[in-house]
Design a protein around this ligand. Structure first.
Ligand SMILES: NC(=O)C1=CN([C@@H]2O[C@H](COP(=O)(O)OP(=O)(O)OC[C@H]3O[C@@H](n4cnc5c(N)ncnc54)[C@H](OP(=O)(O)O)[C@@H]3O)[C@@H](O)[C@H]2O)C=CC1
Ligand SMILES: O=C(CO)COP(=O)(O)O
Length: 335
């Protein structure tokens, strides 16, 4: 492996997950061209070899990682492009790029959210916007918080793609001393579950903020698994899908229970009475579920899949419903 040509990877995004992925990739034989929108953060990384704004303890290896603030330079000779900005900002990050810049490359979405303007999964949006063949597109899923990657705690990722060689190649890039990545071909199931678990974590956070305990949360998460199953099996039925695998259930659990979870933290603030704006200001990070719940709600309209938890979160965040009365209603409904 030592003498082989390094994999050429463009990392798009300067937040916690991008920083953690750069750390994972740097364990292997790679050249990462890392694009950040912040000139100040980029300059700091070049000079001091760490990202001062996110996971600042992570050391960046300057021999393997080149920092860019012009996205075309980061993309130019990449074989793999990893998108790691929150979904709401990805179109802005890629502004001005055309299918030409993506031709022949593998596009990997590390994003667990939906493009809000069009209610599309990120991988669908990449396919339609940049004419990338579906079997060259994958998404990174699995229960894996950036903060634990920074500490080199053993973690697992699942790489979903309709193209088996693509999923296998990306899994190989992301497997290292402390991460095991495995391929799977259920792209839609995995990606939708990754989006929906954020909404459920918001609900968990809200109940925690309201003073509900672990007993209630366990029932909430159990009901949520049924709700997620109904939704993905209605939209994309796959006979062999096993929602107890870590890409689905594992990710739901870590987001609902971990103190690192952005979505749970955001929900907790809402449950404690913060307004949406003040909760967003309180957090230095983005809770994807806030945007995703509006997309999932809209997508579900023609299907009418019963999703009481998603509907409650939607009403709290977008219709001004009271968290207390929404959770009272859920309390009566769940068993
Ligand atoms: N964090 C994690 O553990 C994991 C995250 N993910 C997913 O990774 C994706 C990225 O999340 P994460 O890294 O946690 O996010 P963070 O909250 O850590 O970072 C946010 C990023 O978004 C950028 N940003 C913020 N506002 C804007 C804006 N208005 N326009 C353009 N860019 C903006 C920030 O740039 P700047 O710093 O310049 O403001 C920063 O790069 C999400 O989809 C998340 O679900 C997936 C698995 C694990
Ligand atoms: O998806 C994640 C971990 O797998 C990160 O999202 P949260 O920070 O909301 O848990």
């Amino acid at each position: 492996m030592k003498n082989s040509t390094p994999a050429r990877i463009a990392m798009i995004g300067g937040g916690s997950w991008a920083t953690a992925l750069v750390k994972i990739l740097s364990e292997g034989n790679v050249v990462v061209r890392w694009w950040l929108r912040s000139e100040t953060d980029a300059a700091h990384i070049k000079r001091y070899h760490h990202n001062k704004s996110y996971l600042s303890d992570v050391q960046i290896n300057p021999r393997k990682v080149k920092v860019h603030t012009k996205i075309r330079e980061a993309l130019r000779d990449a074989d793999y492009v990893i998108l790691a900005v929150p979904a709401a900002f990805v179109s802005n990050a890629l502004l001005g790029l055309t299918p030409k810049q993506f031709a022949g490359k593998h596009i990997v979405s590390a994003i667990k959210g939906m493009i809000p303007e069009v209610n599309q999964l990120v991988t669908d949006w990449v396919e339609t916007t940049y004419d990338v063949p579906k079997d060259h597109i994958s998404c990174i899923a699995g229960p894996c918080h950036a903060e634990e990657v920074a500490l080199e705690k053993q973690s697992y990722l699942t790489i979903a793609s309709t193209g088996v060689p693509c999923a296998e190649a990306v899994s190989a890039l992301l497997t290292c001393r402390f991460v095991k990545a495995s391929p799977i071909n259920d792209l839609y199931g995995v990606e939708y579950c990754a989006v929906m678990k954020n909404i459920i974590a918001l609900a968990c956070g809200i109940t925690h903020g309201l003073g509900y305990g672990d007993n209630f949360q366990a029932v909430l998460v159990s009901n949520a698994t049924q709700e997620i199953r109904r939704f993905v099996d209605t939209l994309f039925p796959v006979a062999t899908r096993d929602l107890s695998q870590s890409a689905y259930l594992g990710d739901l659990l870590v987001t609902c229970y971990s103190p690192f979870s952005r979505n749970r933290t955001f929900g907790n603030l809402i449950g404690r009475g913060y307004t949406i704006q003040s909760a967003q200001m309180e957090m230095n990070m983005i809770a994807e579920g806030y945007y995703a719940v509006r997309s999932i709600h809209a997508i579900n309209e023609p299907h009418n899949v019963p999703m009481p938890i998603v509907d409650s979160v939607y009403r709290i965040l977008y219709e001004g419903a009271s968290p207390v009365s929404e959770m009272n209603a859920l309390k009566r409904e769940m068993k």
